[in-house]
Ligand binder design. Structure first.
Ligand code: 5AD
Ligand code: SF4
Length: 454
């Protein structure tokens, strides 16, 4: 449990349930930071909380449904604890606004993705019994410091790994995606503001930073582009590892590929969302690349770093996707041999272009395709993990593993590694030999250790 600031007012407890992506996790951390200044402690128990916030996700229908089931459970809790305040934030809140209050009377306030720093004022009004819907977007600006400095001024320990948002929003409007509606237009943060937060993190013990953005590599602010920003972050003392998600293939170019070679902290790992292996589907998705150019991008990375790990996102069952077109996705998966894929059944999102497309596929067709994809990918991962057995890898220790006397960490390629040894602590950098390949992780033994925490 985090400590609240030293105010004499009554201390209250907040529970935040986070759904969805890393951007939401990051926003939740910032909410805790804001609420700490309002004398709120973090609690892990809903029953114990004075305030419950759901930080919601609407990327797929399933994620959205989860929010409403949780609100149903919370209604019961509120019926025995009427003073409990319930807020809904994040992407569902941004889109649904008032409809949430209408549907679920136990909700006291709803706030959008641009409004989390307005929580103190909202809570004041809520405590006076006012019903709040705050989903107003900020002015349309390409560059803005959307994280106020006070939200990263605390010297609390963030852990060995931390996320850091450098852009928010998205201008791409891929036809299936709700993000441009829920997160608004793309905004880049000023480099000085990003560096200040990164500095704060590394001084507090963070050794690995993962930069976040819906379209992270299109970052540009005050004449600093994404590659330049990576260079500046790489110079930070004590930063061992730098990663980023999610890039768009259209903005992956030679200079960025070179950065993987020249910047010591930039890990040899990249997430490059493909979505489909069919050019026709890619066009209908409004992705603006072809398979030919995607293969060129993969080569750009692998020609420089053959060992780099590559992950991707894939959608199966997009409207109108034929068996042949699905087979093209399978062909791409077999040819590229990604180290990891995040695969999804297409989910209709109201308001998006694809929702209006004809030829939506039946759920069982989508499920079958997903299953075929997962089976093939499972074999590829197993083979790739087995090929790593015997190799020497650098592992950044994350902490203790649930198995007794063992620790867990990640390679630079982002493979999860378990080590049957308890002589290292979080933050240690180990040189290890891989001794075994499990389904989703590797086993290893320590060769040598260097403690990097200063
Ligand atoms: N249906 C299924 N998957 C989706 N994604 C985004 N929108 C949808 C949707 N409507 C997936 C994409 C994206 C990832 C974050 O989520 O693959 O890259
Ligand atoms: Fe959605 Fe496409 Fe933007 Fe990614 S790039 S957030 S998939 S619209």
């Amino acid at each position: 449990m985090e400590e609240a600031s030293q105010n004499t007012e009554t201390v209250k407890k907040v529970f935040i349930q986070t759904y969805g992506c890393q951007m939401n996790e990051y926003d939740t951390e910032k909410m805790f930071e804001v609420l700490k200044h309002q004398n709120y402690f973090q609690t892990d128990s809903r029953e114990d909380a004075d305030l419950i916030i759901l930080n919601t996700c609407s990327i797929r229908e399933k994620a959205e449904n989860k929010v409403y089931s949780e609100l149903g459970r919370l209604r019961k809790l509120k019926s025995v604890k009427p003073e409990l305040k319930i807020g809904v934030g994040g992407c569902v809140a941004q889109q649904e606004g008032k409809a949430i209050l209408r549907r679920e009377a136990s909700v006291d306030f709803v706030f959008g993705t641009d409004n989390l720093f307005e929580l103190p004022e909202m809570l004041k009004k809520v405590s006076r019994g006012q019903e709040i819907i705050q989903t107003k977007r900020h002015a349309r600006q390409k560059v803005r410091n959307f994280i106020p400095e006070y939200a990263f001024q605390q010297t609390q320990h963030h852990g060995i790994k931390a996320h850091l948002a450098i852009t928010k929003g998205c201008n791409n409007h891929c036809s299936f995606c709700v993000v441009p509606f829920t997160r608004g237009i793309e905004v880049s943060r000023e480099p000085e503001n990003i560096l200040a937060e990164a500095q704060r993190l590394t001084s507090a013990g963070t050794r690995e930073i993962c930069l976040l953005g819906q379209n992270v590599n299109s970052y540009k602010a005050n004449g600093v582009d994404f590659v330049e920003l990576l260079h500046r972050l790489d110079e930070l003392e004590n930063l061992q590892r730098l990663r980023f998600i999610s890039p768009h293939p259209k903005d992956f170019h030679e200079e960025l590929a070179d950065a993987f070679v020249t910047l010591p902290s930039l890990c040899e790992q990249m997430h490059l969302p493909l979505q489909s292996g069919s050019d026709r589907i890619l066009r209908r998705m409004r992705r603006w690349y072809t398979m030919e150019t995607f293969y060129e991008k993969v080569a750009m990375l692998r020609d420089r770093l053959p060992e780099a790990t590559l992950s991707t996102d894939l959608i199966v069952g997009f409207p109108g996707e034929t068996e042949e077109e699905f087979e093209m996705t399978m062909e791409a998966v077999r040819t590229i041999r990604f180290d990891l894929i995040y695969s999804f059944k297409y989910s209709t999102r109201p308001g998006t272009r694809a929702a209006e497309y004809p030829e939506h596929l039946a759920e069982d067709v989508k499920s079958k395709r997903l299953q075929i994809l997962l089976e093939t990918q499972g074999k590829i991962v197993q083979e790739k993990n087995e090929a790593l057995v015997g190799s020497i890898q650098e592992v950044l220790v994350q902490g203790k593993h649930y198995r007794k006397n063992s620790i867990t960490g990640r390679t630079r390629g982002n493979h999860s590694v378990h080590i049957n040894d308890s002589c290292a602590i979080a933050g240690d950098l180990l040189s290890v030999r891989i001794t075994g390949a499990l389904h989703n992780s590797l086993e290893a033994e320590i060769i040598s250790k260097s403690t990097v925490l200063s």
